[in-house]
Write a protein that binds this ligand. Structure first.
Ligand SMILES: NC(=O)c1ccc[n+]([C@@H]2O[C@H](COP(=O)([O-])OP(=O)(O)OC[C@H]3O[C@@H](n4cnc5c(N)ncnc54)[C@H](OP(=O)(O)O)[C@@H]3O)[C@@H](O)[C@H]2O)c1
Length: 184
């Protein structure tokens, strides 16, 4: 059992026009060559400390398959992959789950992990927001208009009020917006 109240954070990187992926799946646009003079950069130590603060990742099977293809960025941190298929993994830290997301978060993950990060893709993101399972949304806006692709938010069909917790602008032109979701 963990001491402090656990938190579910939804994190996505998007273009200014709200796309999280190009139609062809290419990810070059995630690397920015922009230069914003007043922006900050994180040191390797800060990045390491930040990553250490994430105790569990949740993702859809398409995001998982893409992560395997592009180079696994999650190390040995526990990862829950949502799928209805009979997927297998050689990694001990990867577990597969299908079904009720409420039960996954409230019965399985929150009693065991303090900082739970939902990292996409679009299908999973929308379900988590609709079900009000997210405490915080962190969206990193890259300095690009993609014009087409997979949208982060399309027709969630719910109004939800947010509180802007923080804004950070980085040297490479990326702007990170951190919102908490007001629960009423
Ligand atoms: N820019 C970013 O920050 C970012 C982050 C992540 C992903 N992406 C992009 O997003 C794209 C993938 O997003 P996507 O919306 O197509 O797919 P996705 O959300 O990654 O995965 C969807 C799949 O998750 C499974 N799933 C969802 N809910 C489930 C549940 N309750 N129980 C069991 N399985 C469930 C289903 O898998 P099965 O079909 O296996 O049953 C479903 O087809 C990729 O192009 C990726 O590059 C971008």
């Amino acid at each position: 059992m963990i001491a402090n109240s656990p938190k579910v954070t939804l994190h996505m990187v998007a273009s200014l026009d709200g796309f999280i992926a190009k139609k062809d799946g290419s990810v070059g646009w995630l690397q920015s060559t922009d230069n914003y003079e007043k922006g900050v950069t994180l040191s390797d130590e800060e990045i390491e400390a930040f990553i250490k603060g994430i105790h569990c990742y949740v993702m859809g099977s398409r995001t998982y398959e893409l992560a395997l293809e592009l180079g696994w960025p999650y190390g040995d941190v526990p990862v829950i992959v949502l799928t209805h298929r009979n997927l297998r993994s050689g990694r001990k830290n990867v577990k597969f789950y299908q079904g009720d997301l409420n039960k996954l978060i409230n019965d399985q993950l929150k009693p065991n992990y303090q900082n739970i990060w939902v990292v996409g893709g679009a299908m999973v993101t929308k379900d988590f927001i609709r079900l009000k399972l997210v405490d915080e949304i962190v969206i990193s806006i890259m300095p690009i208009i993609l014009g087409d692709g997979i949208l982060f938010f399309d027709y969630i069909k719910q109004e939800q009020h947010l509180h802007l917790e923080d804004v950070t602008a980085y040297k490479d032109g990326m702007v990170e917006l951190r919102y908490s979701i007001k629960k009423d």
